[in-house]
Design a protein around this ligand. Structure first.
Ligand code: NAD
Length: 390
């Protein structure tokens, strides 16, 4: 159980790029990083607008002298300080991730980067090579991957409780962009502009989330080929899709499906994953994250509740409060951020055994998300045909 005890000898000296005033995702980064005292926010280039970024940083309690106008100045100035930052989180629009992540690694920093890591697999692999050569950690914020019931599913599947895995049925299909809301909302506008969002909208924005959950639950499962069809139901979003269906065949014969959508009218979030085996199925839904449905063929459905003694010990480790009380997205993010810190700390101490034992969405997860989007777009743009996964 997590109860506020020290997890690292000292907090990691940390900065943010992006995540400024009014941004959608900045606060949860700070909340997660600071919650367990594993990071200390000391600097930043919080905003595309330097003055707004400085004012905002100061309002967070950051020394105004360490609120920089851009990421280049942040990295250069902090490198001159004996107490300069050790890590940076990148929470800017997609089109900036590659350049900022690369510059951060070249400056010798550990990185937490928003998904998608970048636009192409070649770029992602370049970042992976750079991170490896510099011995730096890159964490990617697939937030719910830190939830205890995802770990429970992983343990139950590994123990064979589902039998042979046949089908993985996934979706992240919300309805918030059923109309052209981007006309009045800048945070949505960049998401449907290829210059800022990259080659896809919903595939990268939402589809990669349940895809990564499947990678956590089923680490052995590898895609052999896929077929994707994507649509722009709000026509002005073309060529970017606001809805996509992806059918996947895995090596070994299992099948998978991902529905990625922003036009599922009436749906709040709709992120679900159902893993179907020869004996039983598991289903998890992010709108009820504390319940995991375990359905054995021929038996009544069992609802496994977070925080209960019948769960696997690994799925109890990150409880912050007992069962019955809800834990959700903020706790899952905190669980990721403390693992990022442990990984950075282990890396700095060159403790490879400790590093290997920490499960978190790492640079490999980032690369695989980009690879999946790239393959989906290739299939869709060929007319929705099967393509070999590469
Ligand atoms: P947003 O448009 O709401 O905010 C972006 C912030 O970045 C703003 O503060 C902006 O001023 C700042 N910014 C832009 N360019 C910058 C630059 N060059 N230097 C410094 N600051 C800069 O965007 P958002 O919704 O918060 O999304 C940011 C990223 O987070 C995106 O990549 C998005 O895909 C990702 N995201 C991830 C999740 C998740 O669950 N992991 C959820 C939402 C968004």
């Amino acid at each position: 159980m997590i109860n506020g005890e020290k997890l690292t000898a000292t907090p990691i000296r940390w900065a943010m790029v992006g995540g400024g005033k009014g941004s959608q995702i900045g606060y949860i980064h700070r909340s997660a990083a600071l919650r367990d005292n594993v990071f200390q926010l000391l600097a930043g280039a919080f905003d595309i607008d330097p003055q707004r970024g400085r004012d905002f940083g100061a309002s967070l309690g950051v020394d105004p002298g360490r609120c920089y106008p851009d990421y280049q100045t942040l990295f250069a100035e902090e490198a001159k300080r004996p107490d300069g930052i050790q890590a940076v989180s990148i929470a800017t629009p997609n089109g900036t991730h590659f350049a900022i992540c690369k510059a951060a690694l070249q400056a010798g920093l550990h990185v937490v980067c928003e998904k998608p890591l970048c636009f192409t697999t070649a770029e992602a692999e370049e970042l992976q090579t750079l991170a490896a050569s510099r011995g730096r950690i890159v964490g990617v914020t697939y937030g719910y991957a830190g939830h205890q019931l995802i770990e429970q599913a992983r343990q139950m599947i590994a123990a064979g409780e589902l039998g042979d895995i046949r089908i993985v049925n996934m979706q992240f299909a919300h309805g918030f962009h059923s109309a052209a809301v981007e006309e009045a909302n800048p945070a949505t506008r960049w998401r449907v502009d290829p210059k800022f969002a990259g080659p896809s909208y919903v595939l990268g924005d939402v589809g990669t989330h349940p895809l990564y959950l499947s990678e956590v639950m089923l680490p052995e499962l590898k895609i052999s080929r896929l077929l994707c069809s994507r649509q722009s139901f709000v026509a002005s979003r073309a060529p970017l899709e606001d809805n996509a269906f992806t059918l996947m065949q895995y090596h070994g014969g299992a099948m998978g499906f991902v529905w990625s959508s922003a036009v599922n009218a009436g749906s709040m979030h709709g992120q679900k994953i159902r893993v179907i085996g020869s004996k039983a199925s598991l289903e998890w839904w992010d709108e009820r994250p504390n319940q995991l449905s375990f359905e054995v063929q021929g038996q009544p459905v069992q609802v496994l509740e977070r925080g209960m003694d019948y769960l696997h010990p690994a799925a109890r480790h990150d409880d912050r409060i007992g069962g019955g009380h809800p834990e959700g997205l903020f706790e899952a993010w905190s669980n990721l951020y403390y693992r990022f810190a442990l990984a950075m700390d282990a890396s700095d101490r060159d403790d490879r055994a400790a590093l290997a034992a920490i499960r978190y969405p790492d640079i490999h997860a980032g690369v695989e998300g980009v690879r999946w989007v790239e393959n989906c777009v290739r299939s869709a743009d060929l007319g929705g045909v099967w393509v070999d996964y590469r």
